[in-house]
Design a protein around this ligand. Structure first.
Ligand SMILES: Cc1ncc(COP(=O)(O)O)c(C=O)c1O
Length: 917
C-alpha cells in the first residue's frame, strides 16, 4: 500500500496498483490540500502529488476533464481552501461512488455534502432503484483539446429512457487505450476510431518492454490489432470500430470477429449510443433470474409439493414466522417445484436456464455450460461419469478432491495416481510435475496400453494456490496422445477468468489459446520441425526433456473445467458450473444427460440457479475490477505482514519462492513482492513457468509463533471472528476474494499485531522457561513434521489388468470389498499387530478411503497396500477429523483370506489372458 509521506512515481503501466491504490492517492492529495490550507503543508507538495495523479486520472470518467482542470486551476490561483474543498468533494464522491448517480457531483460548484446512505448497501439506505453506471473508452486521433467538446456531445445523447448511464473517456493512442483498459474497471465498451497514435505521451517503460518488437501497421490493421489486444485483456468488453474506409470489406474480414459492430464514420452517433446500451444490456440480462423475479410477482395457486412456496404457511404461523421475517418474502415467492409457468427444468433445460447457460458459456470462454446445484463435488462426479467407462485409465492427482476418487469408483475407472511434489515442511502438497505425467503416459505407451488412458484429471489451482501451466500440460500430453480428455478441477479458480494475468492459466483460457494455435498455419511447421529434430524413435529421456509440440492436424481438443462458483463468485453455496470445450462433445452429450439425471436432484433450488445466472452477470460487468481488487488486497496483506516488525517476528506469508521450488520457476521469478518485480516479469512467469502461485491464496506460517494450524484457526475464529480457509500442521491459509475490502485487511493486520504483541509480552515476562517452552514448541511444529506418504500401490487383487510399469488399479472392487463384512477386519492404529504385519505380512490392505483434514488428501484408498510410511504419518497426525477412520475401531482392512481369493481370481484372469496371447 502506498505511503503517505512519499510522492510515489506513478506510471501509466503500473497495473499491479489497483483500485485501492487509486483511493489512497486521492486521500493523500486531499491531506496535502488540507495541510496547505491549514498552513502546515505547502502548495509544492500538493502540486507534486497532483502531477502524479493526473497521469492515470485521464483514464477515468470521473472526476473527468472538467473537474481535474478546475482542481488544477484552483491550485494555480493559490486558493488553498478552494483546492481542499474541491479535492475533498471529489474524494467523497469516489469513495461513496455517488458520482454514478448524482449529476451534482460532476459540477464544479456543489455543497460538498454526501449522505451517509450513499455508503450503505441499498437495502439499508436509499431504496429507490438507480441506473447502473459504466464508462466507454473512446480511442481517437482527434486532438486532446477537442475532447471536452466531444464529451459534451456524447452526454447530449443521454435519454431518460436509457436503462444505463455512461460517461465517455477519451484517449489518443494504442498505449493509452491499453493502459486505460487495464486500469479502469468501469470501462464496459470501447469505440476505436481509426487514426490514433501508437505511443502515449506518458512514460510506459514496462509496457514498452513488451511492445518494442511490434511493427507499425496501416490504419485499419492498427485498429484491428488494438481490438485484438483489448479483447485479449478483457474479453467481456464490447468493441466498436468507427471507420471511414471500406467498412463492407472490413466487416467480411474474419479478423474483425472481435468487434461487436463496425460503423461508417461518426454520422451514426445515435446508433452507436444505442448499440453500446444494447451490448451492456446483453450482459446485464439474466434470463433465469429475470424470469424468477417476474414469477415471484404473479398470483399463483400451487397445488403441488413445496408448501413453503408463496410463504403462506410460514407467515401465517405463530411458530415459524421468524423464518419468514429473517429470509424475507421474496425467497418464498420465488420458490416453486414447478418447471412451467415461465420457469425451466435444470434437468432438461430448453428455456431460460438454457439461455442462462449459453450466456455463462460465452462469459467463461466455453462452448457449453452445465449449471450444477450441488457443488463442484457433483460437477466432478458428473464429468467423470459422463466421460469415463469401466476399465478406462485416468491419470489423476492423488491429492485431488475426494469427489474425483468417488467418481472413479462410480465409473469403474482405473485411477493411475500421480504424485504432486511434496512440501513436507508445511505438511502440504504442491502440484503434479509435468514430467511425472509424461512419464506415466510414456510407460503406458511402452506397454501398448496408451489407448486405455482416456483422461488426465488435475486440480488447478490447488487448495494452497499452485497454478499449472495448463496450456503446456495439455500440449505436451496431446503430443503423446492427441485425443486425451482433460478435466481441470478449478473449484477455487473460477474468478481467474477475469484477470488478464491468470486467464491464460485457466483451463478455458488455455483451451482457447490452443484452439487458435491449432488453426495457425505456422503450428504445423513448428510440429514438423520438432519431429525432424527428435528423429523417428526418440528415447523417453529425450521426450521428457523436450517441450513437446503436438501435431495440430491430429489433436482433438477435449477440455472440461469445473468450478465452485460459490467459492470465488457471487453464487449461493453449492452453486457450481461445469464448462465444456470439446470437439467431440456431440459424441458424449447423451452421456452428460445421463450424468445430470444421475446426480442432479429432481428438486433443484431455484435460488441457486438464479444466483449462478447473476454471478455470471456480475463477472461480465464488473469481474475485472473485483478480481483486481482481490489481488490488490492479497498484495496488501502480504506486504503488511512482511513490513510490520512485530508481526514478522512471529508470522510470515509464504511467497512464490517458498511455495514453488526453483526448478519449476524457469523464468527465474522470485515473488510478487521481490525487489524490482513488476507485472511484465510476473507475466513472463505466468507464461513460462511450470507452476505459479495464485497471489490470492496466502499461506501464513503460524508454527513460528508457537501455534499449530488448527489451534490458530480456532483463536482467529473464536476470539476475533476471522475465518480462514484451511490449515496445515504449522500454517493457515487465507484467501482474498471479490468480497474483501481494505477494512478487512486492516482488521486482520491489527489482530496479527495484537497476537504478536501478546507473544512478545509472554516471552519477555516469562523468563528463560517461557522462552525454552516456546522454542521447543516452534521446533516441534516446524521441524518435527511427518514425511508425506506417497501412494504405494494397489494390492494385486485390485490391480485389474494393470501393466507392469504403472500402478493403476480397480478402485471400484476395492471399494466394494468393504461391503463384505466377513471379509474385513479392524486393527487399531496403536496395536502392535500393525507393526508385526508390516514386518512379516500378510500385507495390510485398506478397505476404505482414509482422508485426514488437514491435509485433506486420501492417505489410503480402497484396495491400497498400507506401508510403514502411511502408518508413521497417521500416528504422527494430530488432527481430529479423519474421514473414513474411526479411532475406537481402528483401520478397516480387507482380510488376507478375502485377498487370497481375489488374488486367485486375479491370477486366473491373468493366466488366461497370458495364455490367450
Ligand atoms: C479442489 C476441490 N474440488 C472440489 C471441491 C468441492 O467443491 P464444492 O464444495 O463446491 O462441492 C473442493 C472443495 O473444497 C475442492 O477443494
Amino acid at each position: 500500500m502506498a505511503n503517505q509521506d512519499q510522492v510515489q512515481e506513478h506510471r501509466i503501466d503500473q497495473f499491479s496498483v489497483g483500485p485501492g491504490a487509486r483511493a489512497d492517492n486521492w486521500r493523500f492529495l486531499v491531506d496535502a490540500a488540507k495541510a496547505w490550507s491549514e498552513g502546515s503543508g505547502s502548495r509544492n507538495r500538493f502540486d507534486a502529488l497532483f502531477a502524479q495523479l493526473e497521469v492515470t486520472e485521464e483514464y477515468h470518467g470521473y472526476p473527468g476533464l472538467r473537474l481535474m482542470a478546475a482542481l488544477k486551476e484552483a491550485a494555480a490561483s493559490g486558493d488553498a481552501s478552494a483546492t481542499a474543498a474541491l479535492a475533498t468533494r471529489i474524494l467523497q464522491s469516489l469513495q461513496t461512488r455517488s458520482f454514478r448517480q448524482h449529476a451534482n457531483d460532476w459540477d464544479i460548484h456543489d455543497d460538498g455534502e454526501r449522505a451517509l446512505t450513499d455508503l450503505l448497501p441499498p437495502s439499508l439506505g436509499r431504496t429507490e432503484s438507480h441506473r447502473p453506471y459504466f464508462e466507454v473508452l473512446i480511442v481517437t486521433g482527434v486532438a486532446a483539446t477537442n475532447w471536452p467538446n466531444l464529451c459534451a456531445e456524447w452526454r447530449r445523447l443521454r435519454r431518460p429512457l436509457d436503462t444505463f448511464v455512461y460517461e465517455p473517456v477519451f484517449v489518443g493512442s494504442f498505449e493509452d487505450a491499453f493502459c486505460a483498459t487495464m486500469i479502469n474497471p468501469d470501462i464496459a465498451a470501447v469505440i476505436i476510431n481509426e487514426g490514433f497514435a501508437q505511443k502515449s505521451r506518458h512514460d510506459a517503460p514496462v509496457l514498452r518492454t513488451l511492445t518494442a518488437s511490434i511493427e507499425p501497421l496501416g490504419t485499419t490493421d492498427s485498429a484491428l490489432r488494438l481490438a485484438h489486444t483489448l479483447k485479449r485483456v478483457r474479453p467481456e468488453l464490447d468493441l466498436y470500430l468507427m471507420s471511414n474506409r471500406n467498412v463492407e470489406q472490413l466487416a467480411g474480414n474474419p479478423e474483425a470477429d472481435v468487434l461487436r459492430r463496425i460503423f461508417y464514420s461518426v454520422e451514426e452517433l445515435l446508433e452507436l449510443h444505442l448499440a453500446i446500451l444494447e451490448g451492456v444490456q446483453d450482459r446485464f440480462e439474466t434470463p433465469f433470474f429475470d424470469n424468477l423475479k417476474k414469477y415471484a410477482q404473479r398470483p399463483i395457486g400451487t397445488f403441488h409439493a413445496l408448501p413453503i412456496a408463496r410463504g403462506k404457511s410460514v407467515f401465517r404461523s405463530d411458530w415459524i414466522r421468524d423464518m419468514g421475517e429473517f429470509y424475507g418474502m421474496n425467497l418464498f415467492l420465488a420458490e416453486s417445484s414447478a418447471t412451467t409457468g415461465g420457469l425451466d427444468s435444470l434437468l432438461e433445460p430448453t428455456g431460460n436456464i438454457k439461455k442462462a447457460q449459453e450466456k455463462a458459456a460465452r462469459a467463461f470462454g466455453a462452448d457449453h455450460v452445465f449449471f450444477v446445484t450441488n457443488g463442484t463435488s457433483t460437477s466432478n462426479k458428473m464429468a467423470v461419469q459422463a466421460l469415463i467407462g469401466p476399465g478406462d485409465i485416468v491419470i489423476v492427482d492423488r491429492n485431488c478432491h475426494k469427489s474425483h476418487h468417488y467418481g472413479m469408483v462410480l465409473a469403474g475407472a482405473q485411477p493411475l495416481y500421480v504424485e504432486a511434489f511434496p512440501m513436507t515442511e508445511y505438511s502440504m502438497y504442491g502440484a503434479v510435475p509435468l514430467k511425472t505425467i509424461k512419464q506415466a503416459l510414456l510407460n503406458l505407451k511402452s506397454e501398448n496400453r496408451l489407448d486405455r488412458v482416456k483422461m488426465i484429471d488435475l486440480t488447478n489451482c490447488t487448495f494452497d494456490g499452485h497454478i499449472y501451466n495448463t496450456r503446456r500440460v495439455m500440449e505436451e500430453c496431446l503430443a503423446i496422445k492427441p485425443d486425451l480428455i482433460f478435466l481441470w478441477d478449478e473449484a477455487w479458480f473460477g474468478f481467474a477468468r477475469f484477470s488478464p494475468f491468470l486467464r491464460p492459466r485457466t483451463a478455458m483460457g488455455a483451451a482457447n489459446d490452443i484452439e487458435a494455435w491449432i488453426h495457425d498455419p505456422k503450428s504445423v511447421q513448428a510440429y514438423e520441425k520438432q519431429r525432424a529434430g527428435l528423429g523417428d524413435n526418440p528415447s523417453d529421456d529425450l521426450l521428457l526433456r523436450t517441450r513437446l509440440i503436438p501435431d495440430p492436424r491430429l489433436v482433438r481438443l477435449r477440455v472440461y473445467q469445473t468450478n465452485s462458483t460459490h467459492k470465488s463468485m457471487s453464487a449461493l453455496r453449492q452453486g457450481s458450473m461445469l464448462f465444456v470445450k470439446d470437439v467431440e462433445f456431440h459424441s458424449v452429450e447423451q452421456q452428460f444427460k445421463e450424468a445430470v439425471f444421475t446426480h442432479a436432484s429432481t428438486s433443484p433450488n431455484q435460488q441457486l440457479i438464479g444466483s449462478l445466472d447473476v454471478a455470471r452477470r456480475q463477472m461480465e460487468l464488473e469481474g475485472f475490477g473485483l478480481v483486481a481488487n482481490a489481488i490488490e488486497i492479497a498484495f496488501a496483506i502480504r506486504q503488511a505482514v512482511a513490513a510490520n516488525p512485530l508481526i514478522s517476528k512471529y508470522f510470515s506469508i509464504l511467497g512464490a519462492d517458498k511455495m514453488v521450488p526453483a526448478e519449476y520457476r524457469e523464468s527465474g521469478f522470485v515473488d510478487f513482492l521481490a525487489p524490482g518485480a513488476n507485472w511484465a516479469i510476473a507475466r513472463r512467469s505466468l507464461q513460462e513457468d511450470e507452476f505459479c502461485l495464485d497471489p490470492t491464496r496466502m499461506t501464513l506460517v503460524c508454527g513460528t509463533a508457537g501455534f499449530d494450524g488448527t489451534q490458530f484457526k480456532g483463536i482467529l475464529a473464536n476470539r476475533y471472528g476471522i475465518q480462514v480457509n484451511k490449515t496445515s500442521r504449522n500454517s493457515v491459509l487465507f484467501q482474498s476474494n471479490i468480497n474483501n475490502t481494505r477494512s478487512d485487511v486492516a482488521n486482520l493486520i491489527r489482530v496479527l499485531a495484537e497476537i504478536s504483541g501478546e507473544i512478545d509480552r509472554t516471552l519477555s515476562q516469562g523468563g528463560a522457561n517461557a522462552r525454552k517452552t516456546f522454542d521447543a514448541r516452534v521446533k516441534s511444529l516446524m521441524t518435527d513434521v511427518p514425511d508425506l506418504p506417497n501412494f504405494s500401490r494397489f494390492h494385486d487383487g485390485f490391480r485389474g489388468d494393470a501393466g507392469e510399469k504403472t500402478n493403476e488399479g480397480d478402485i471400484r472392487s476395492g471399494f466394494y470389498a468393504a461391503y463384505d463384512a466377513a471379509g474385513c477386519e479392524y486393527i487399531r492404529l496403536a496395536d502392535a499387530e500393525i507393526d508385526r504385519r508390516l514386518k512379516s505380512g500378510p500385507e495390510l490392505v485398506s478397505a476404505s478411503f482414509v482422508i485426514p483434514y488437514p491435509p485433506g488428501f486420501p492417505i489410503m484408498v480402497p484396495g491400497q497396500v498400507i506401508t510403514q510410511e502411511t502408518i508413521d504419518f497417521m500416528r504422527k497426525l494430530d488432527v481430529k477429523e479423519i474421514h473414513g477412520y474411526d479411532a475406537t475401531e481402528g483401520l478397516k482392512l480387507v482380510r488376507p483370506e478375502a485377498l487370497a481369493k481375489r488374488g486367485e481370481r486375479h491370477s486366473r484372469a491373468h493366466g488366461i489372458k497370458a495364455a490367450a496371447e
